[in-house]
Structures are given as C-alpha cells and as structure tokens.
Design a protein around this ligand. Sequence first.
Ligand SMILES: Nc1ncnc2c1ncn2[C@@H]1O[C@H](COP(=O)(O)OP(=O)(O)O)[C@@H](O)[C@H]1O
Ligand SMILES: [Mg+2]
Length: 277
Amino acid sequence: MTRLLTVDNLRVRYPTRTGVIDAVRGVSFTLGRERLGIVGESGSGKSQTGRAIMGLTPPHGIVTADKLDFSGIDLLSISARERRSLRGKRIAMVLQDPKYSLDPVMTIGKQITETLRTHEKVSKAEARDRALAMLEAVQIRDPGRVYELHPHEVSGGMGQRVMIAMMLIAGPELLIADEPTSALDVTVQLDVLKIMDKLVSERGMGLIFVSHDLRLVSSFCDRVIVMYAGKVVEELKASELNTAQHPYTRGLLNCMPVIGENRHPLPVLDRKPEWAA
Ligand SMILES: Nc1ncnc2c1ncn2[C@@H]1O[C@H](COP(=O)(O)OP(=O)(O)O)[C@@H](O)[C@H]1O
Ligand SMILES: [Mg+2]
C-alpha cells in the first residue's frame, strides 16, 4: 500500500504560566490509502493530533516529531507558505461544527468556488460547474438553489455536507475528519460516512476519522488507534476490536450501550493512573 503519511513520536505542548500542558505525548502511526480511525475520550489529544498534521496548531503550541512526513514532504521543515499551499489542496480537514468553519456572510457557492480557485487556475464558469457537481456528490438535492444560500439558511446536516464539499473540491489526497458527524442525527451521519467512504474507494484518498464513538469507528474504518491522555494506547484492525488488550479499550467496549440490553447499573469506566504514564 502506498504510504501517504508517517507520524513518528509527535508531541504537542502548550507552555502556560503554571507549567506545560502536554496535549499530545509521542503519537506514532502510518497511513496509506485507507480509513484510519482515531478514538479516545474528550481531551485525549485527537484534535490536537489532527491539527498538528494540518499545520493548524495555535502559535503558542510547540509541535515536535521524529518524523512528520506527507507523501515524501517533511511537514516540519517546509515554510509556512508551502504548508498553506498543501492545506486545502492536498490535505484537508473537516471540523466538527460547520457553523465555525463556514463564512457566515458569503454564499455557499462562493465559498466553494473560492476554495477551488485559490488552489487551481480555473475560470469562474468552470469553478461554478465543479462546485455544483461537488454539492451533488455530497447528496445535496438542489445544488443550484443551495449554491446561492448563506450558511445560516441551511440545516446542520446540510451545512456539514457543504463543509465536506468545500474540503473535497480540490481533490485532497488526505482528509482528516474530526468528529464530522457528531452534531448530526443518525441517518444523516450514515449519509456523510457513505460519502467519505466512496471517496476513499473511488479516489484512493487516505482518511483519518476522529471520533469518540468506538463502535462507529470500528464499523467504518480499516484500522483504529485508541488514544488516552495524549498517547496511543492500542492499535487494532477494526475487525479485531473484540480482541483488544488494553484495559482502556476494553473498558470503552464494555461501556458501550447495546440496543435491547437493559443493564443496571450502567457500567462506568474505572480509569487507572498508569494508563497515562
Ligand atoms: N490552545 C490550547 N492551549 C492549551 N491546551 C490546549 C489547547 N488546545 C488543546 N489543549 C489541551 O490539549 C488536550 C487535548 O485536546 P484535544 O486534542 O482537543 O482533545 P480531543 O480532541 O481528544 O477531545 C486537552 O487536554 C486540552 O486541554
Ligand atoms: Mg476533539
């Protein structure tokens, strides 16, 4: 499998007046043209890992790694300008809440075409055609109408699809989807997952799918890494989830509700300090 991304000993730290916050503490994994899930509870460092790969760590954060390589490009040594030109074009990230990611005063069509035109020399007419085709690809039924709307005029689910269309318009080789479906209801979630799945299989895109939902991730991804307190505690094939060794992963599996099962009391995850060591 072609190697798309190599992350070796990635660390993200935030110096504060009261000490250093270690958000990511030595994360390593590789990615080919496949679907990799990153799961872990809130605060375990999933988003910070994604942002570091994107080059979107806030300025006061310190990112180090033994290796951070995208398709032969050393992401740590290239200039900010080179980084920006990769972003959106070859590497894209879908964030949790479309409300914060879309510009409220610009029509949806304009946002998508401008994203395309910053990365590719295309005429306005061609950009429009491609934006409409992309809206259709993310299963927006009336692309011509939605094209003219502002973000607040569409539902959350539609906003999320627009966001995905915008991220995919330039045809990225790597997509980092950070809890892209958490804000959506279940049926829309499945639609969005199907769209991303299709892009992996049809375009050979690599996908990092971040979620706190272990069951969703394991049904959708090829491989899963489990994070706890800024570290990878376990890496598994999604199909082998039931053989998970780490007590945290086992705890997550055990805490997931099963439809039709009535468990009293509900199990709670009993965290051990040594998991974070
Ligand atoms: N700008 C920041 N300054 C200081 N700490 C941060 C900052 N952003 C995130 N963190 C810390 O990094 C840790 C990991 O956060 P995050 O990657 O967002 O977790 P997750 O996405 O798994 O919920 C958290 O403990 C959070 O408090
Ligand atoms: Mg997060």
